[in-house]
Ligand binder design. Structure first.
Ligand SMILES: Cc1cc2nc3c(=O)[nH]c(=O)nc-3n(C[C@H](O)[C@H](O)[C@H](O)COP(=O)(O)OP(=O)(O)OC[C@H]3O[C@@H](n4cnc5c(N)ncnc54)[C@H](O)[C@@H]3O)c2cc1C
Length: 271
């Protein structure tokens, strides 16, 4: 849609050139920004002009620029020893997305929107990513993905703060995984998205619950839990009030699916 409150689009060559004020918004793919009125925004600052290289793989893991599109990440060929490589593709496909959204939406835009159904949040929490944030007028800081989203459409970003980079560590990428997702319609917005990972050397298991809850929750186990251990961890780790309520599912439905799919993941990951 046309945003009739916008009077200027800036295209800086460096983020340092931006003197932040109320009314500014960073523009990534624009798929959400242009999908509804932005009455408090008069200026868009286009991140594309910063020209950040999208993806960089090394022995330390994978660095993803916030401006990398979800389509680019989906096409990225991961090395065979990154057992969790196919999880990147599964999460990239876990959006309600038309062709246009699919090709324009960025990894950073999806994370900064911080919807319960944001699959880039699910992915980065499950693989224990670290985000590099660029505050305005202060030194960069690092935040763990699991600490970034604080609620539905809420996160730790301060006014004008920019998500610059997402680092997926190699040891997390080397884990085996199991993925479960439910939505009311085929290719619909996620009602529940669960990811289990298992470390090859220690056998440690992590279960990440997202979309079901207003913010992602990660449960850690030293080994594959028993069915009873998993149920108890879900009971204590996720308060009933944290289950999300919208047209895609009631809290009771989301809670039921979380336990059901969590048990499926437990069995798959323990094989
Ligand atoms: C039809 C439709 C279906 C959708 N389905 C889904 C879905 O299933 N799941 C889902 O999660 N979302 C969905 N969305 C919402 C949205 O399109 C996606 O979340 C998309 O990934 C947002 O990315 P973007 O690059 O287009 O962000 P933009 O729209 O450009 O920006 C989103 C927000 O993040 C801010 N931002 C962007 N990049 C940065 C950065 N690097 N640092 C700081 N702030 C930043 C912007 O200022 C803005 O507030 C849907 C939208 C539409 C219109």
């Amino acid at each position: 849609m046309d945003l009739n409150t916008i009077v200027e689009v800036k295209r800086p060559s460096s983020a340092d050139d931006v003197r932040w004020r109320d009314g500014y918004a960073w523009l990534a793919g624009g798929t959400w920004l242009f999908s509804e009125p932005q009455v408090k925004t008069d200026t868009l600052i286009d991140l594309a002009s910063l020209d950040w290289p999208s993806l960089s793989a090394s022995a330390k893991g994978l660095d993803i620029a916030a401006t990398c599109t979800i389509a680019e990440l989906e096409r990225f060929k991961t090395p065979p020893d990154w057992k969790a490589g196919p999880l990147l593709r599964e999460c990239c496909r876990a959006l309600l997305a038309s062709f246009k959204i699919w090709n324009a939406a960025t990894v950073g835009g999806n994370i900064c929107l911080s919807l319960p159904a944001s699959p880039m949040v699910s992915l980065t929490v499950a693989l224990e990513a670290v985000f590099t944030l660029w505050p305005r007028g202060a030194a960069p800081r690092e935040v763990r993905a699991v600490d970034f989203v604080t609620g539905n459409h809420q996160n730790v970003l301060r006014p004008g703060e920019l998500l610059r980079n997402i680092h997926l560590p190699a040891d997390a990428l080397a884990r085996t995984y199991a993925f479960r997702r439910a939505s009311l319609t085929h290719l619909g917005r996620s009602t529940v998205l669960l990811i289990g990972t298992r470390a090859p050397e220690t056998g440690a298991v992590h279960l990440t619950v997202s979309a079901a809850t207003a913010r992602p929750v990660q449960l850690a186990f030293e080994h594959v839990p028993s069915a009873e251990e998993l149920r108890r961890a879900l009971d204590t780790g996720i308060a009933d009030a944290l289950y999300f309520d919208d047209v895609h599912g009631s809290p009771a439905y989301r809670r039921h699916l979380t336990y059901y799919l969590g048990e499926e993941i437990r069995q798959e990951i323990g094989r």
